[in-house]
Design a protein around this ligand. Structure first.
Ligand code: FAD
Length: 457
């Protein structure tokens, strides 16, 4: 059987980017169809609720890093509820020499913390007066060493990068991977001066004040954000289980061919927006030349293993914190642990705990290849030493693997962004979105989707 349809805009992928995009486009009155290969919407966002625990298989929390996040939740009021992490999440731990240490939160703790060397503590006083960098291709490790010193690299930025990118500071390039931080140095000459100036700008701009930098989820799990978006978009506008999708160029636009339960479906459209990973683009857009495909094939991803660990009755260390991150220099086998039930409500029974452990990343790719038993043994060993648990016997334990979890914005990103621009110019109506550009977090995805929708208005 073969059916042919016409749609104004086709979006490939029903993850957070595709759904948010479809939501805003439909609000403008556009006729949109999402083509999704899996049986569910949400992409990597998948929450699970059992009798005792609510846990995430993919991302656990985002950061309200831009007003678009707050505004999306405002739009979805009544369908899903924004949940800000409670104040415990302000406390963040770093593993150093056999102990969790809190990241300084004030002047006194900054002076007394054992995380940073005395020399670097003095050095930071000179940060506002340090010359700004002139090499746009400088890697993150060199960038941080130059401005703040080695101990800040090892015990602040390296573990932060493990938590966000599961990546390597020697590979990531600040102007692509942390553009806001890079801009502080370039525009204001210093992180400290720039942060103070930005705070002033925010004070005078009510919209910018919505970017609270709070840690967020949705009440009951991030899935509820996906359910709300899916409802707004409408299931009639989403084709699930669409296999072997390809896009071809026609005289007036594009033809999207896909296969659902053995039925071939063809859709004609003037606009196609892809939200898929770089590793999918070549097959999806076979008309691209090998030079055009190359930057996507070369895009490096961190593979990540996440394990949820739940206890009905927690007897280990004090969990009043966002979680703990482990610097590479400490040579342990986990990247970090999120203490989810400490700062989000209803995630574990009273007196219990729900934790997420992260392993692998670009520095430990071999962990992704391990059997489940080996991963469980690794977590068990680390938990006994790091989490105050003499015996590892959780009431909930599950492992999730992501081969292409987080794209790494290294030096080749400049070329990739340039080629995306050239492709979009050469094939009018084709937009390449998703985390191949514009950042890797949920807040970036929401902002990108909203921006594209506004550009198409
Ligand atoms: C383990 C993990 C932890 C994370 N932690 C955080 C975090 O703590 N905070 C944060 O802000 N962000 C985090 N992220 C990143 C965040 O989850 C993503 O930025 C965001 O959810 C990506 O949404 P997306 O729609 O762009 O992509 P995806 O969620 O990957 O969605 C893409 C969709 O496209 C579909 N698709 C792919 N190929 C095709 C095809 N050929 N045809 C049709 N459909 C196709 C896929 O099935 C999928 O549904 C994490 C990501 C992972 C994997």
């Amino acid at each position: 059987m073969n059916s042919v349809d016409k749609k104004q805009i086709v979006i490939i992928g029903a993850g957070l980017t595709g759904l948010t995009l479809a939501f805003y486009l439909k609000k403008q009155g556009k006729e949109v169809l999402i083509v999704e290969k899996s049986a569910k919407t949400g992409g990597v966002i998948q929450s699970v609720k059992d009798d005792e625990f609510v846990y995430e298989k993919g991302p656990n929390t985002g950061v309200v890093g831009n007003p678009e996040v707050a505004e999306l939740f405002e739009e979805l009021e009544g369908l899903c509820t924004f949940e800000a992490a409670n104040p415990d999440a302000k406390r963040r731990l770093i593993w150093k020499k056999g102990k969790w240490r809190a990241i300084p939160s004030g002047l006194f703790s900054a002076v007394t913390t054992p995380l940073f060397s005395l020399g670097d503590k003095f050095r930071i006083l000179g940060e506002p007066f340090r010359k700004k960098g002139t090499n746009p291709d400088e890697n993150l490790a060199d960038f941080v060493k130059r401005r703040l010193g080695v101990s800040f690299l090892n015990y602040a930025v390296d573990p932060f990068i493990s938590g966000v990118y599961a990546g390597d500071t020697n590979y990531l390039i600040p102007r692509f991977a942390l553009p806001k931080l890079y801009a502080l140095e370039q525009n204001y000459g210093s992180f400290i001066k720039g942060t103070m100036q930005k705070a002033k700008e925010r004070k005078n701009n009510p919209r910018l004040q919505k970017a609270t930098r709070e840690v967020f989820s949705a009440k009951g799990g991030l899935k509820n954000l996906i359910v709300a978006l899916t409802e707004k978009v409408g299931t009639e506008s989403i084709l699930l289980n669409a296999k072997n999708t390809t896009v071809s160029k026609t005289e007036n636009g594009f033809e999207i061919s896909t296969e659902i339960n053995g039925e071939n479906i063809t859709i004609q459209s003037g606009k196609v927006i892809t939200t898929v990973g770089g590793y999918e683009l070549g097959n999806l857009l076979p008309f691209l030349s090998s030079e055009e495909k190359a930057p996507f094939e070369e895009l490096k991803y961190a593979s990540v293993v996440q394990a949820v660990v739940g206890y009905r009755n927690w007897k280990g260390i004090n969990l009043k914190a966002f979680g703990g991150l482990v610097p590479t220099i400490e040579q342990r086998d986990i990247l970090g642990v999120l203490f989810t039930s400490s700062f989000l409500s209803g995630r574990a029974p009273k007196n219990g705990a729900l934790l997420s452990v992260f392993l692998g990343g670009t520095k430990r790719p071999e962990i992704f290849e391990m059997e489940d038993e080996e991963i469980e043994d690794t977590i068990s060993r680390e938990f006994r030493q790091m989490m105050g648990m003499p015996i590892f016997r959780p009431d909930l334990f599950e492992i999730f693997r992501y081969k292409y979890a987080i794209p790494q914005y290294g030096l080749s990103s400049g070329k990739r962004f340039e080629i995306i621009g050239l492709i979009q110019q050469k094939y009018p109506g084709l937009i390449l979105a998703g985390n191949i550009r514009d950042g890797i977090g949920m807040a970036d995805r929401i902002k990108q989707a909203r921006t594209i929708a506004e550009e198409l208005n």
